[in-house]
Design a protein around this ligand. Structure first.
Ligand code: 13P
Length: 251
C-alpha cells in the first residue's frame, strides 16, 4: 500500500496563497518523491479549485476536503455534499477530525453517518480518531479508539475497498501543541487501530492505511513514518509551508 502524506490546512490560506503553496510543493517534491508515496492536500473549500489546478494531473498528488455533509443535496445551509467535492476534483475527505468533534460538537453517530455516506458517494474517507489527555490518563485509550472506530464505521459495508477507508490516529493532546506522541505511544495506538480494523473488516483491515497526526514536523517525520502500522501522516501546522511539508514528504 502507498504511504499517504496528507496536508490538512484547516482554516488557513486564501485562494492565491493555496495555489502558490501547492505549486511550490509539487516543484519541490515531484522529481524526488519515492515510489510508494502519495501526497494529499486538504485546503479550505474555497481553495479546492485552485489547488486542483496547481496539482495538475500527476496521480501521485491528490486533492481532498476537510469536511462534508451526509446528504446529496437539499436545504442544508452552509453544508457541502460529497458530489460537489467530487465535481471540483477532490477524491478524499476527512471525517471525525478532533476539531469537528470537540470544537464543532460532532458526535460518534454523525461521524459514522458521514463516513458511510462519503464512501458510498465515491470519496476515499479518512476517519480520524484519538483520545483526550484525561482519557489517556484514565487508561481509556483502547476503549476510546474502539468506540470511535466501531461507531465511525457502523454503516460502512464490510466489503468496502480497503484503499477507500483509512484511519488517522490523532491524539487530541498532540494536535497543535508541539507535543508529539512518542514511538511507543504511536506503536501501541496503531496496533489497537489495526486490531480493530481486522476485527471489523477481516483481512482487508490489514490493507487499510493508518495515519498518525499530531505535531508531525520535518525533524520527527522519518522516525514516525518508519514505525510499524504507520502508513502515512496527517499534518497540520507543518504542512502550511511548502518547504516544511516537502521535507516531511521526502523524509
Ligand atoms: P498539527 O500537525 O498542527 O499538530 O495538527 C494535526 C492535525 O490536526 C492534522 O489533522
Amino acid at each position: 500500500m502507498r504511504k499517504l502524506f496528507a496536508a490538512n490546512w484547516k482554516m488557513h490560506k486564501t485562494r492565491n496563497e493555496a495555489a502558490q503553496t501547492a505549486a511550490e510543493l509539487v516543484t519541490l517534491t515531484a522529481a524526488a518523491l519515492p515510489t510508494g508515496r502519495e501526497v494529499l492536500i486538504l485546503p479550505p473549500f474555497t481553495a479546492l479549485g485552485e489547488v486542483k489546478e496547481a496539482l495538475g494531473t500527476d496521480a501521485r498528488f491528490a486533492l481532498g476536503a476537510q469536511n462534508f455533509y451526509a446528504q446529496k443535496q437539499g436545504a442544508f445551509t452552509g453544508e457541502i455534499s460529497p458530489g460537489m467535492l467530487l465535481d471540483v476534483g477532490a477524491t478524499y475527505a476527512l471525517t471525525g477530525h478532533s476539531e469537528r468533534r470537540h470544537v464543532l460538537g460532532e458526535d460518534d453517530a454523525l461521524v459514522g453517518q458521514k463516513t458511510a455516506f462519503g464512501l458510498q458517494a465515491g470519496l476515499r474517507v479518512i476517519l480520524c480518531v484519538g483520545e483526550k489527555i484525561e482519557e489517556r490518563k484514565a487508561g481509556k485509550l483502547a476503549e476510546v479508539l474502539t468506540r470511535q472506530i466501531t461507531a465511525g464505521t457502523k454503516d460502512v459495508p464490510r466489503d468496502v475497498a480497503p484503499e477507500a477507508l483509512s484511519v488517522a490516529y490523532e491524539p487530541v493532546w498532540a494536535i497543535g501543541t508541539g507535543e508529539v506522541a512518542g514511538p511507543a505511544e504511536i506503536l501501541e495506538a496503531h496496533a489497537l487501530v489495526r486490531a480493530q480494523l481486522v476485527a471489523l473488516f477481516g483481512q482487508a483491515g490489514n490493507s487499510m492505511r493508518i495515519l498518525y497526526g499530531g505535531s508531525v514536523k520535518p525533524d520527527n517525520a522519518t522516525e514516525i513514518v518508519g514505525l510499524d502500522n504507520v502508513d502515512g501522516v496527517l499534518v497540520g501546522g507543518a504542512s502550511l509551508k511548502a518547504d516544511d511539508f516537502s521535507r516531511i514528504v521526502l523524509a
